[in-house]
Design a protein around this ligand. Structure first.
Ligand code: ADP
Length: 337
């Protein structure tokens, strides 16, 4: 539904230029919740803003549905933006207007008849769980309630796509959960396609169907969220997974443990423990568990084990080769002085 083909984006300031996006090819499907994760400066905002034409690519093309964005007139762009809602980290509400008036602003911009405002505003307030707050001002609302107003305003014109720019980054963990549940619910009930950018892996883990990992202007890995967690291929993705699982092995420990240290990833249908015990029997090696964690994504289990293997070098190497074939996601971790 949203396609990026061969996108590059350069920002130029005087003689200095920044490659914000390089070689981006990506398709986001209708009705999915698609996450884009990366560190600050990775290019996430730029990519998101290409979808509603707030930025234009230096080269390549972007399309939403059947509509190619290159060369759209200002009027056509305005029309497109009615079909694409957006919410922001700091909500961007009009402080001097009530909740109802903030929503009315979006209806007015879309040319909806004034006589239809009241009914639609009530409907939206109900949809986002803000009944009783129509006449409140933003300063009287909590962060989560402000974001609900942001969502109501973004949905005022029944868009097909909702763009979320770090929408929960200013919220506490409990409120973040509530807003993510609301987004998931809207995705299901309205068939809304949601594209969200975040630097928080927890957000991806909780609601995204698929995810793209960005690093320095490039997409380094794309796939279903479960695959990213159960078999991350790129080192940047692996770091995010470790963050989510709170896996950390201090260098001091790595320096001290004897044998070869390996990291095993496993999913629900193949547990790390049973594969390891087979390896111990088959290859006559010893295994010490240094770290382990199991977690769940959409009710599917996955986990990481970090273990050290000791025994004769030949047997340890043979065991590692066998484990690699069994689990397809094994890494030998060497201490680097
Ligand atoms: P992210 O959202 O992942 O933090 P951005 O898309 O905001 O990343 O930025 C990507 C790169 O482009 C960064 O190096 C940033 O400094 C640069 N950049 C973003 N917007 C502009 C701009 N308007 N002018 C110049 N450089 C920009």
């Amino acid at each position: 539904m949203i396609t990026f083909k061969n996108i590059t984006k350069q920002y130029t300031k005087g003689t200095h230029s920044v490659d914000a996006l390089k070689d981006i090819d990506l398709t986001i499907h209708q009705g999915e919740i698609f996450g884009i994760i990366g560190a600050s400066g990775a290019g996430k905002s730029t990519l998101l803003r290409l979808i509603n034409g707030l930025e234009r690519p230096t080269a390549g093309s972007v399309a939403v549905g059947n509509l190619a964005l290159d060369g759209l007139s200002k009027q056509e762009l305005r029309h497109l933006r009615l079909d694409i809602g957006m919410i922001f980290q700091h909500f961007q509400l009009i402080q001097s207007r009530t909740v109802a008036e903030n929503i009315a602003f979006a209806l007015k911009a879309a040319g909806v008849k004034k006589t239809k405002f009241a009914a639609r505003i009530n409907e939206l307030i109900d949809l986002v769980g803000l009944i009783g707050h129509a006449d409140s001002y933003p300063s009287q609302l909590s962060g989560g309630q402000k974001q609900r107003v942001g969502i109501a305003r973004a949905l005022a014109n029944d868009p097909r796509v909702l763009l979320c720019d770090e929408a929960t980054s200013a919220l506490d963990p409990v409120t973040t959960q509530q807003i993510l549940s609301l987004l998931k619910d809207l995705n299901k009930r309205l068939g809304l396609t949601i594209v969200l950018i975040t630097h928080e892996i927890e957000v991806v883990k909780q609601i995204c169907d698929r995810v793209a990992v960005m690093d320095a202007g490039r997409i380094v890995e794309t796939g279903p969220t479960f695959s990213l967690f159960s078999e991350p291929r790129h080192p940047v993705s692996r770091r995010y997974v470790d963050m989510a699982l709170q896996i950390e092995l201090p260098d001091e420990i790595l320096k001290r443990v004897p044998g070869k240290v390996i990291r095993l990833q496993f999913t629900g249908d193949k547990t790390g423990e049973s594969t390891l015990s087979s390896a111990i029997k088959q290859f006559d090696i010893n295994v010490s568990i240094l770290h382990g964690k199991v977690d769940y994504i959409q009710d599917q289990a996955f986990g990481v084990l970090i273990v050290s293997l000791t025994g004769t070098a030949l047997k340890v190497d043979a065991a590692i080769e066998w484990l690699d074939q069994q689990l397809h996601a094994l890494e030998v971790i060497d201490y680097v002085a």
